[in-house]
Design a protein around this ligand. Sequence first.
Ligand code: ATP
Ligand code: MG
Length: 405
Amino acid sequence: MESQIVCRIPSYVKAVTDALQKAGHRGYLVGGSLRDLLLGKTPHDYDLTTDATPDEMLEIFSAFRTIPTGLKHGTLTVMSEGNPIEVTTHRVDGDYLDSRRPESVSFTRRLEEDLSRRDFTVNAMAWNQELGLVDLFGGRDDLQRGVIRAVGNPVARFTEDALRILRAFRFSAQLNFAIDPDTLAAAGLQREGLSKISAERVFSEIKRLLVAPAAARGLAALCESGCEREVFHGLPLRHELFERLEALPPEAALRLALLLCDHTPAKAEALCRAWRTSNVFCDSVTDFLAAFSADLPHTSYEARRHVCSFWKGWEGAMQLRTALGQNVEECRKICHTVAKNGTAVEIKRLAVNGRELQTQLGVAPRDTGTLLLQLQDLVWQDPARNKKAVLLELARAILNKEMSV
Ligand code: ATP
Ligand code: MG
């Protein structure tokens, strides 16, 4: 598979490695881009590592447009034929004091040191046109066997940086790989470190896991390792739901709603808050769950009420039910029809408004809302009633009846 790499590396990446080579340095393809090339996939971006120091890089790439993205950490973004390529000086991380960030980083001329600080064997290979594949930790074998395995001692690696624990589950889900037993056991042992990872980072990994092709596998590994409580803040998950996830489109909010379909929208909201998701994401999950917990509509009247009450969540809830094996085709059809033909009338589309009820019928402001809801219900029962004269007549009848009670 190595020989195929060469012809699949775009010319704009080669231009960067060539510039390093000409200056007497070496540039290597590393990390996810190399892993994906070896898997026959097209990388979404290309990362290079080099023995040139940041200052040397600035000189070597003086003819290119560059962005000093993270120069302090050794990363220079080089624009090559309009494409950004991140080139990073070989690094060794200093001591990790907070389960997340190294205290310091220092640069090294030795590629081996750079590779040994990386998280998993499949992410810790390097490739260069002259030297070919540099695979010090058996990454290529693990790639062929489909295994995520920590570089070096997994307990030590997860103690240094607990985010790697979540990355292991995420890669398992994205690549459909197993997690090596020692690495999985170490994840469980070091799970307390997860509390030191920022909520945003936890959520970002979980989101990527959820939309991955083998989401069920990644989640199963997460639970098997014993990290479920830490990651899901004590909310219990029903494991039989995992395999249903992949029947849904890869939308994180929808897939999370399925995972939480035994829980109330309030519980789901609390989890989203704990993960500090965006409000839009949180609202989507709770909208899906609210619609999911409502009775299914079977008549046009019920469908109008359902669509209006859950206008953001009803379609997603139908997808959830389908993924759970329920046959909701008829209900979905009725809902689509009423949503399309405009008969699922919202209050603001009623042919009378609150002010008209007050001025023409003398309705008190505090009673207006209830009366509008009653009129809306009457329109859902028969959309032909949505005319001003008819609604005023109906309103009068309601008021008379109420007064005569
Ligand atoms: P993708 O970009 O598809 O998510 P990737 O493997 O490229 O996958 P990045 O987060 O872009 O992941 O990181 C690039 C490389 O940097 C990784 O392949 C790995 O070698 C290294 N790396 C990233 N994060 C860590 C970490 N927390 N600990 C150790 N090495 C890491
Ligand atoms: Mg990457």
